[in-house]
Design a protein around this ligand. Structure first.
Ligand code: ADP
Length: 291
């Protein structure tokens, strides 16, 4: 199996979103593996750690982050731009705010492209340390569009431990590799279940698949998240487990992974050079920066 992580920095020739330092794609090979749950909890964990964080839910076919973040009102507009919603310290924009579910399922590539482009161009993200992008599952238009539009600092893949989900995740990661996006690692969700009554641990969807896949692909394994009613409940009630029960081992698992991602991004330094130049220019131009 070839080494998948070329260790390259952001793709060449793309423009950064002004003020946004790191753009991270959260992907999965198939739906229902908990990609949005992971994206939401990682975003909030990074924010709790003092970073400025945004979450762009680009999952046109199942945009459920507003519910998971407890956001009910659609974002407001200011001077023709969209002001992102804010919840648990994270700025949020979701397809779910703009497109009725029944409409999105018939969307074709160009429409996805335009929508994602608008989310970058027309949203007042402000200064962000991290912008996480919750992608639709698979290796479709949204992924390609995204890698053409912004220099991704890295991509994360969420999978469950069993073979079929892993096969899909490998395919998805190879797509990112082709367009030179650094692979930050694999997260294994719904990894095991610990009985709340007797403490017995059961590997519902087999064991260790995520770690083996990461090894084969030559990329980091970022960690395991248990399958747990409290995690699902956090999603259903708009209070992600990292805020609803910060002392729990489940919350600790998310925080640990968030810290690993931050550390790995700091290592690769993707996006820093360009951003540095931009900041310098701003400083030099001062009040005329936007002129
Ligand atoms: P995806 O974005 O991959 O389609 P979601 O994040 O929407 O998946 O999760 C699908 C369902 O599984 C949701 O109801 C969510 O609450 C639940 N879920 C996700 N991860 C876990 C977990 N670790 N434990 C329990 N339920 C989970």
């Amino acid at each position: 199996m070839p080494e998948l992580n070329p260790g390259s920095s952001a793709q060449e020739g793309r423009h950064l979103i002004p003020g946004v330092r790191k753009v991270i794609a959260v992907s999965s090979g198939k739906g229902g593996v908990g990609k949005s749950t992971v994206a939401v909890n990682l975003a909030v964990a990074l924010s709790l750690n003092g970073s400025k964080v945004g979450l762009l839910d680009a999952d046109i076919y199942g945009p459920n982050t507003p519910m998971m973040m407890g956001v009910e009102k659609p974002p407001e507009q200011k001077d023709g731009k969209i002001v992102p919603a804010e919840s648990h310290g994270v700025k949020l924009i979701s397809m779910g705010f703009f497109v009725p579910e029944e409409t999105a399922v018939v969307w074709r590539g160009p429409m996805v492209h335009t929508a994602i482009q608008q989310f970058f161009r027309d949203v007042l993200w402000g200064e962000l340390d991290y912008l996480l992008i919750d992608l639709p599952p698979g290796t479709g238009d949204a992924q390609l569009t995204l890698s053409q539009l912004v220099p991704l600092s890295g991509a994360i893949a969420v999978t469950t431990p069993q073979e079929v989900a892993l096969h899909d995740v490998r395919k998805g990661l190879m797509m990112f590799q082709k367009v030179n996006v650094p692979l930050l690692g694999i997260i294994e969700n719904m990894s095991y279940f610990v009985c709340g009554h007797c403490g017995h641990r059961t590997d519902i969807f087999s064991h260790g698949g995520g770690e083996r896949a990461a090894e084969k692909l030559g990329i980091p394994f970022l960690g395991r998240i248990p399958i747990d009613p409290a995690i699902r409940d956090g999603g259903d009630t708009g209070r992600p487990i990292v805020v609803a029960d910060p002392q729990s081992p489940q919350a600790a698992a998310f925080r640990d992974i968030a810290a690993k991602i931050a550390a790995r991004l700091a290592e690769t330094g993707a996006g820093e050079e360009e951003q540095g130049v931009e900041r310098l220019l701003k400083k030099i131009k001062g009040p005329f920066a936007d002129k």
